[in-house]
Structure formats: C-alpha cells, structure tokens
Design a protein around this ligand. Structure first.
Ligand SMILES: Cc1ncc(COP(=O)(O)O)c(C=O)c1O
Length: 429
C-alpha cells in the first residue's frame, strides 16, 4: 500500500497519525517495510540510505544476524514470563564491566523511564527535591524531563505538566560558572545532562567544559547523572565517561545498550543503586526507592542485548562508524565549499550535524544553533529524502557499523543535489 494511503488510514486510527510526534511529516510520513544494514525500503519499494538508524539504536546495522538469531531462539523458549532469568545478569555484567560509573545496573522499559528512575534515585539519595538540568538537553518525555528541553525557554513544551513539578526543575546554561551559581540554591540535590551536549552534541560540550561541570557538581556534593542514552556504546563501548575519563554517579542508557530494542537502564554507584534493594527496608516491606515495570529486562530484549554485546564491547564498531561519519562530514563541507554554500557539517563520534548560514558555530547560542528557519530544516530533510537519504532529527544524522564508504559517497551525491535544489529554490542563499 502507498505511503499516502497508509497515512490516510493512520490519521483515523492514531492521534496525529503517528505513535511518536517526531515521526509526523508533511504531507505524510514514510512507512518502512524492510531494513537491512544501513539501508531501508518503504512500502512503495523506494530505498533509503539510513542516517537515523532506529533513532540511534541500531549501531550494528538493521537486522544484525546475531541479534536476529538471539531473538528467534529466545522467542521459541520463552517470550515473557515476568520472572528473573539468566540473561539479565549477563547483560548487567556487560554494562558493569564497561561503564566506569557502574557498580550495579537496573533495567527499565524505555530511555524516558531510565531518566525518571535516575532522577528519583538522585532525589532519594540527596534528600532534596530540586533537580538541575542544562538548557536544551533532552531526557525523554516524562513530567520531570520536559522543562528546559526547548533551548532558551523555561516553559515545558507540553500541556498537562503539573506546575509544582516544573517548579522542582531548574535550568542553567552548559557553563561551569552558570552551574555553580545555580547550585548555590541548596534545595538542589541532583544534576542531569546529556554527556554529548544538547541533542547528541548539536550544541557541542567540549571535554574541558564537561570536566569543569563535573568539578562544579562534585564541589556542590550533588548526585551527578550523565544521560548517555545516545552516547552510550557510541562514543566508546563505555560511553563518553570511559572515552574522556569523567565519571558520574549515575548513568542512563537505552537504544544501543538494549540491543536496538525497546528498553533502558540506570547504572551507577552501589550505595545509590542499593536504595532499590529489598534488604535496605524502609518500613520492613518495601525498598527505600520503589521501582517496578512489567517488561523491565524482558528476556527477548535481554537475549538480543547479550548477543549484541560482544560486537559492541571491543570498540571496532564504534571506530568504523566514527570513520564513516568523518568521511560524510568532510565530504559535506567540501560540497558546501564547492557550491559556495555557507554552512558547517560537524559532530563528535559517529554523529553528523549541519548548520546552514555560517561556517562556524562561534558566537551562536544554543537557541540559534537549534533555531534554523523551518524552511531550511524542512528543505534539507525533504531534499535528502527525495534523493534517497533519511536523516534523524532537525538537520542531524548518524552512522553505524553497517555504513560503507560506497554508501557514504552515494549519500554525498544526494547532499550535493539537495544543496543545489535548496539554492535554486532560494531556501539557501
Ligand atoms: C539523550 C536522551 N535521553 C532520553 C531519551 C528518551 O528515551 P526514550 O525515547 O527511549 O524514552 C532519548 C531519546 O531519544 C535521548 O536521546
């Protein structure tokens, strides 16, 4: 069935026609039928080179044979019994070995649930209800995560978030002086930020700044959470913390960490994580910090994650993805220079961001970096798609272990054509 026909049916069945608001697309979204490696095909048989890769989850490429085999085997043994099982221990052992902050790991059913739990642990351990986060960083869609998501705005980008909750969340700039000033408020007991900088490093966070923020949090004695839901298993097998040697108290993981399947995890220091022990009883019955969730560490997902771990733990997949992203960024910068388009392709690790209008980010605020005109963002996204390349969000995308130099070179041709279309259409000047 065509994408158009499916979108008409979807509008009646699903609010907004989608199951995640960012999947909405004008005039209609793609309906993907098949995905393999770094490519995918829609229901009309059109092929795309994929720079979204399951919202950054498919580091090993779509349908990696080891993951598919693990899913098939586990599906025949037990899909879900809501009991303990051996895979969850093996899976936690991988994370505890690879993540410097991890003494213990607790699994959740999504990344948002992981940040929700980490914040609860932070509040419980510190005994303080206020949380500090950084302007423009993303931590999921729950009530405690929304305020501060939109750079330069303290309003939660949704109706229905209780005012008393937003009052407990404070926002500062990604700057050690600003963070130190915010932490003068001794009602704050927890700090959370994306280890990459906002939106997987679209607003980059230099390693010296990361270290300085760490020092400020340490001096204030707060619980420090790194959201490594994108950087985990991407910046390095042990995330940004292992790569750059900056170790938080708690870490949130999902996406690659869960084998590219639904789920999440919080790992961290034993004394904080053990607040969830049934043996540290507060009232003789319950753990100090309650955490439930029917599908946490579901055996199907745990089996897939354990199958993926050997391919994620030695750094080979990450080095390859990094090299492919570097090839793409360098090629994009060369194409922009050739066509006289002012812009910059940049990014850490295996990430590719594009800013149009100037060839440096110097002097730009997070709001400006994330504030390209809609016509530019949509012109770029739609242009790339029409030339067979799907990107992730805004003007950003990423690579995987399955991207090849040939696919990158083909995507660069699509980029060159998109620039020409945008210039001809006066979207770019
Ligand atoms: C940095 C970060 N934190 C949290 C989340 C939320 O994870 P989920 O979408 O699995 O709820 C995401 C999702 O993209 C993310 O990128």
């Amino acid at each position: 069935m065509s994408n158009l026909r499916l979108s008409e049916q979807a509008r009646a069945a699903l609010p907004g026609g989608v199951s995640h608001e960012l999947r909405y697309r004008d005039p209609y979204p793609l309906y993907i039928d098949t995905a393999r490696g770094a490519e995918k095909w829609d229901t009309e048989g059109r092929r795309y080179i994929d720079f979204k890769m399951g919202s950054a989850a498919q580091m090993l490429g779509h349908c990696h044979p080891a993951v598919v085999e693990a899913l098939q085997k586990q599906a025949e043994r037990a899909i879900f019994a809501a009991d303990c099982h051996a895979f969850e221990i093996e899976w936690a052992d991988w994370i505890n070995r690879l993540y410097p902050s991890a003494d213990r790991t607790r699994f959740t059913a999504s990344g948002s649930e992981a940040t929700m739990l980490a914040l609860r642990l932070g509040r419980a351990y510190s005994g303080k209800d206020h949380v500090l986060r950084i302007d423009g960083h993303y931590h999921g869609w729950h009530d405690y995560a929304l305020k501060g998501t939109k750079p330069g705005s303290n309003a939660p980008p949704s109706l229905g978030v209780p005012q008393p909750v937003t009052e407990l969340v404070q926002v500062c700039a990604a700057d050690p002086i600003a963070m130190a000033k915010a932490l003068e408020d001794d009602r704050i007991g927890t700090v959370i930020f994306e280890a990459s900088g906002a939106n997987y490093g679209s607003v980059p966070l230099a390693t010296e700044t990361l270290k300085a923020l760490y020092d400020v949090a340490r001096a204030a004695g707060v619980v420090l959470i790194f959201d490594e839901i994108i950087t985990g298993f991407r910046w390095s097998p042990g995330g940004r913390q292992a790569r750059d040697g900056v170790v938080p108290d708690l870490t949130t993981l999902a996406k690659i960490a869960t084998g590219g399947l639904p789920g999440g995890a919080v790992c961290g220091r034993a004394d904080i994580m053990d607040l969830m022990n049934n043996t540290t009883e507060r009232d003789g019955i319950a753990p100090a910090v309650s955490h439930k969730g029917t599908f946490n560490a579901s055996p199907l997902i745990a089996a897939a994650a354990c199958a993926a771990m050997p391919y994620l733990a030695d750094g080979v997949a990450q080095s390859h993805a990094d090299a492919m992203a570097r090839r793409m960024r360098d090629g994009m910068n060369a194409r922009m220079a050739e066509q006289g388009v002012k812009g910059l392709a940049y990014g850490d690790s295996s990430i590719i961001h594009v800013y149009f209008g100037q060839d440096t980010l110097d002097g730009l605020s997070p709001k400006q970096i994330r504030g390209l005109p809609k016509a530019v963002v949509n012109g770029y996204r739609d242009g790339m798609l029409s030339h067979g390349v799907d990107i992730m969000s805004y003007t950003s995308g990423l690579t995987s272990a399955a991207h090849t130099p040939d696919l990158i070179d083909e995507a660069l041709e699509a980029f060159a054509k998109t620039l020409m279309d945008m210039t001809r259409g006066r979207i770019l000047t």
